[in-house]
Structures are given as C-alpha cells and as structure tokens.
Write a protein that binds this ligand. Sequence first.
Ligand code: I22
Length: 225
Amino acid sequence: MSKILLDSADINKAKEIAKYYSIAGITTNPSILSKIDKPLEEKLAEIKEFAYDKYEIHVQTTENSAQKILEEAKTLKAYFGETFFIKIPVTKEGLEAIRLCDKEGINVTATAVLSAMQALAAAKNGASYVAPYVNRLENIGQDAEEVIVEIKELLKDYKTEILAASFKNVKQFKNILLCGAEAATVAPDVLETSIWHPYTDKSVIDFEKDWERKFNSSKVVDALK
Ligand SMILES: O=C(CO)[C@@H](O)[C@H](O)[C@H](O)[C@H](O)COP(=O)(O)O
C-alpha cells in the first residue's frame, strides 16, 4: 500500500486535500518553512493542530552536529508527539545522529538521499524512512527509478521504508511508486494534478447535459417519491 504525504507547510491546502485524498502525513524542510508568511511558532502550532496523533509529521533538523540534532529531535518530539519524524540529512554527522535518535526511540527520516549506498547506511543506523530526491537526481542526469530499485533491493532485510521526495510531475510520482517506494511526499499541485483528467471533466459535463435535456432539473431520487 502506497503512503502519500504532502510536501508542504500550507495547512489550509492540506486540510482541503485531506477531505478527499487519504494522506498519511506532511513533510517540510528548511526551504519550505523559509517561505511561510507568519511567525514560525504559529506555523508549527498550525501543523501540530492539524496533524497531532493523526498524521505523520516530518520536520528537518536545523542543527549540524549529532548531539545537537538529538537534542533538537527530543524537543520536537515532545512538541509534536508520537507521529513525529526528525528528518536528518545523510552526512557523517547525520548518520551518527540517526543512530542516536533511533536509540532514543525517535522516528527518523534520513533525507537528502541521492544514492543507494547512502540509503543503506541510514537503514543500518535505524532510520524508519529514507527519502531519495527524485527530481534532483534527474536534474543531474541520473536515473531516479534505477536508484529506487537499488535502494529497494539493498534495504530488503531492513525495517526501513522508502519515502521518495522531490517530484516535479505526475510521471515521476507514479513511476517511483511502481518501482516499489512504500511512500512518496509530493507538493499539493503535483497531487492535485495526479487525480485530474480532462476527459473525466468532459464526461461529467456531458452526463449533466444529457440528464437536463431529458429530465430538466429533477434528480434521480425524485422518480422514487
Ligand atoms: O525530504 C523530504 C521528506 O523527507 C522532503 O520534504 C524534501 O525535503 C523535499 O521533497 C525536497 O527537498 C524538495 O525538493 P525539490 O522539489 O526542491 O527538488
């Protein structure tokens, strides 16, 4: 079963989408949070109010050293609760932090993953998810689908799942899920586009026209009254 998350801090949009699409959570990163139009504490409270105990909440560390990442992760987990995941980039310090956080029972998403070997290192240290960056891989001429298949193979004996990230279009989104990623996080516009089809819209309009021509404004249940 594919888990789909929203890669966004736009909580109004998330609420709107969650009404019709079964999302598993939300992910943010420092670049996403740098674009918010309100104080950070308000945004964090908004995320918490929306997602607490209901959706996964993935927030990236803003620290660089393993000990500081662990302290930050503890504080964020105390705030966001059990569905919180600390996102930690796969660097040497990050890998050490992943191990420390896992030992403390803090869920980790190893992020900024650009190779299968990085994913393996994160899995060995206890990451719950690894987040390969699909579009960024393609931007530098790499085959993102191949990387996902490699990660899948290397991680087959680990509890770690693939949470693919960095999508710019629906083709990437669909193909990465077909390659076996257990989860994907996408921006609202990519998610919305993924369920849109012009011929569906045209079909609905045609049905309405045919009905109206024959039955005017009456509804199908009116025939049962
Ligand atoms: O890493 C995760 C989830 O773990 C995402 O939030 C991730 O940071 C973002 O998808 C990417 O940074 C966005 O990449 P891009 O669209 O800027 O290429």
